[in-house]
Design a protein around this ligand. Sequence first.
Ligand SMILES: NC(=O)c1ccc[n+]([C@@H]2O[C@H](COP(=O)([O-])OP(=O)(O)OC[C@H]3O[C@@H](n4cnc5c(N)ncnc54)[C@H](OP(=O)(O)O)[C@@H]3O)[C@@H](O)[C@H]2O)c1
Length: 331
Amino acid sequence: MSNTIKVVVYERHGNPPDVLQIKTEPWPKPATDEVVVQMRAAPVNPADINAIEGKYPARREVPATPGFEGSGIVIELGANVSTITKGALVILPHNIGTWREAVAVKAAELVVVPPGIDPVDAAMLKINPITAWRLLHGYVDLSGGDWVIQNAANSGAGRAVIQIAHELGFKTVNVVRRPELIEELRNEGGDVVLVDSDKLRDEVKAATGGAAIKLALNSVGGDSALRLANCLAFGGTLVSFGAMSLQPLKIPTGLFIFKDLRFRGIWINHWYDNATMAERMAAFNPLFEMARRGLLKTKVEKSYSIDQAKEAVTHAMRDKRGGKIVFQFAA
Ligand SMILES: NC(=O)c1ccc[n+]([C@@H]2O[C@H](COP(=O)([O-])OP(=O)(O)OC[C@H]3O[C@@H](n4cnc5c(N)ncnc54)[C@H](OP(=O)(O)O)[C@@H]3O)[C@@H](O)[C@H]2O)c1
């Protein structure tokens, strides 16, 4: 085994392909309460791009290594670690920079993945599926048969919402901006899939038989978020968790007065940091169970090696991808 690792680093914030570099660091050594994890997979998420650009709220000190999530294999244990075994597949915490070949990390911060889940799938369970789980549990009391509406429904987060909602017996209206996605999302379990337009409210009414929609999930912002809000029933809740259009929310006063809508938000890193391990596992366990049945497999458009970090981020920043861009590391 080499005694060095490759690490992606940025020394200043800026356009990701311009500022990323590959550096060599010594092989990590575990402190007594740490283990060394050899990385297996780490995706390029929109938040990673924003963090490198310097547009993410928790602005990291530079130099920094990007990567808010990933999975790897435990290969060395610190002297006092007894809770985890060598060879375990683990999900990493979000504050260590996962775009690196290996990392020393506190054993208590790791989530052990049960057998039967592929490392690439495990690498993408922490952010989007956990967010989807929280979106469907943390805001509105939903019962079987209730409808939820979301935009950017073909995103990693949107597909997780579709599958988890389906599992829980909720129905989804899925709004996309490309008609070619309709059939694919219906096959993933989306009950209704519509292309975003000014006719959305009428189309939703027709497709749901005028159902009262209590929860809307917004990761686009701007006009798209307003169209979702207009589909909500009296007293409904719109939860925002992304702003892919980079447009602010525009909420007419009438939606507060005449419909008493509620506007909420989620930042999953904040939830995760404040959750106990038992609360985290209450979300992870059902997701693991779904993953073992072949669900929650985040679609991957292309895998890259860590040497190709510039190509990987360039690709990830393109619109209309067919899935995630993922770093894969040699086993
Ligand atoms: N708040 C949180 O804690 C949290 C947690 C998870 C995710 N998120 C956020 O959720 C969003 C989705 O993340 P992801 O990882 O699921 O993304 P992803 O898989 O990379 O997909 C990006 C999605 O955004 C859509 N999109 C891009 N630009 C758009 C625009 N101008 N108008 C409408 N749609 C647009 C894309 O549609 P096309 O395929 O048509 O290009 C695609 O559906 C991001 O904003 C991310 O930061 C937030």
